[in-house]
Design a protein around this ligand. Structure first.
Ligand code: PMP
Length: 406
């Protein structure tokens, strides 16, 4: 498909919304992305004419919902290039995926004195579950330091790897810096010590093709809502040999094969990790989101967003005294920045008056703020439906706001 942003924008109804009488400039894609019509239609179809629970009924609607639900699993398998559909676990999102691994793998295999490695740019959801695990088993959390561009210092990572290291969990693309981490290099280095690696793919999956087999990662977590799909649903990919050895994360219906008061045996993969009624509509609509991305094409997305990144860097760096936080060589189109006289929250409120939606705060990455010695940033995070004209609107709005805080 040839890439025409004007046509693409027509697929996203939210882009037609006016904010304070101005066209919406939606630059909060790292928090959540907008949804195309096809995703909305899939949700509507399920709730209007297709409502039924999955895996339990023999009646027509239940069988149809189950078929669509499982078709979606196959779609995810193909999309991230997993070997088997049984390696695709539906979750509530990235956070739940990471908790599942910390619980199911960590509590089973980690012991006192073991070390878990994360990086200095992790989202809180890739910090706190490991801290809790360390508290419980007596493990130690080690952190790969960052340099002032917002890259991990790879040599320090290599130094931290040792026989004590029992798990590595690292973000692919940082939500607050935009850094694209060299995950293949990280995975290869960890695997030399037979250490499993989880990749937090929450941001990465909307910006570039994911191939879990090529990367060799052991786990990969993402959320549908950051991928033009619905909220409340996500995916954890895990290698079957590891998932099979792990403890269930939650327990109850669907994750069992038999229950007596004396003993329960667990279901096979992937159901062992899917206790209770899942987000059926969400899973089905996720498949529509994946189809939409395939239609647009990752090659187009990467090339177009790279253009936006270069343009945004140029335009924002022309604003006097604006400091971009996160200047890694490999970056996604995420611009975090600070201004000398305006607190990010004030800036966020002022640009909102011009219809521009940015996010301000610590972006659930307080250690990143500490590293750069700042309380917060303003963040414009772009997607393939954004335009250079919208970047100009943001820049104009920032300059206007700066005049109020000379
Ligand atoms: N990791 C990263 C890098 C993120 O950006 C986010 C969401 N901001 C998460 C994890 C958590 O995702 P969710 O809230 O969808 O579980």
């Amino acid at each position: 498909m040839s890439f025409n942003v004007k046509d693409i924008r027509k697929d996203f109804p939210t882009l037609a919304v006016k904010i304070h009488g101005q066209p919406l400039v939606y630059f909060d894609n790292a928090a959540t992305t907008l949804k195309p019509e096809s995703v909305l239609r899939a949700l509507e179809q399920y709730y209007t004419t297709g409502t039924s629970n999955v895996h339990r009924g023999v009646h027509y609607l239940s069988e149809r919902a189950t078929a669509n639900f499982e078709k979606s699993r196959d779609k995810v398998r193909d999309f991230i290039h997993a070997a088997k559909s049984t390696e695709i676990i539906f979750t509530r999102g990235t956070t739940e995926g990471i908790n599942l691994v910390a619980h199911g793998y960590g509590r089973k295999f980690l012991k006192k004195g073991d070390e878990i490695l994360i990086s200095g740019m992790e989202h809180h959801s890739n910090i706190v579950p490991w801290q809790i695990l360390c508290d419980e088993v007596g493990g130690n959390l080690k952190v790969i330091p960052l340099n002032d561009d917002g890259d991990i210092i790879f040599e320090e990572f290599e130094k931290l790897l040792s026989k004590k290291t029992k798990f590595v969990s690292i973000v692919y693309i940082s939500n607050s810096l935009g850094t694209i981490n060299p995950i293949k290099k990280v995975i290869d280095a960890a695997h030399q010590f037979n250490i499993p690696v989880l990749i937090d793919g929450a941001q990465a999956i909307s910006h570039q093709k994911i191939d879990v087999q090529e990367s060799g990662c052991d786990f990969f977590a993402f959320s549908a809502h950051k991928l033009f799909g619905p909220t409340g649903v996500g995916v954890l990919y895990g290698k079957a040999e590891l998932l099979n050895q792990m403890n269930p994360y939650q327990s109850g219906g669907d994750m069992i094969s038999s229950v007596t008061f004396e003993k329960t045996t667990y279901n096979i993969l992937p159901y062992k990790f899917e206790a209770g009624t899942p987000n059926v509509a969400g899973v089905i609509a996720l498949s529509a989101a994946l189809e939409y991305i395939e239609k647009v094409g990752y090659d187009n997305i990467v090339a177009y967003e790279h253009d936006l990144l270069e343009y945004g860097n140029k335009v924002l760096s022309e604003i006097p005294n604006l400091r971009i936080i996160g200047t890694a060589r490999e970056k996604a189109a995420i611009f975090s920045f600070v201004l000398p006289n305006i607190h990010p929250h004030d800036l966020g409120t002022l640009v909102d008056e011009d219809g521009v939606a940015i996010r301000t705060g610590h972006h659930c990455t307080q250690p990143v703020m500490k590293h750069f010695n700042i309380p917060a940033t303003s963040r414009a995070s772009l997607a393939f439906y954004n335009t250079k004209e919208e970047i100009d609107i943001l820049a104009k709005s920032i300059i206007k706001a700066m005049k109020l805080f000379p």
